[in-house]
Design a protein. Structure first.
Length: 23
């Protein structure tokens, strides 16, 4: 699931940190 796509502003920093986990 692309959570970053839903909230690129809030999940952007979080996604970068856990990019390996969130794909």
């Amino acid at each position: 699931m692309d959570v970053i796509s839903l909230h690129p502003d809030k999940y952007k920093v979080f996604a970068l940190s856990a990019n390996t986990d969130w794909e």
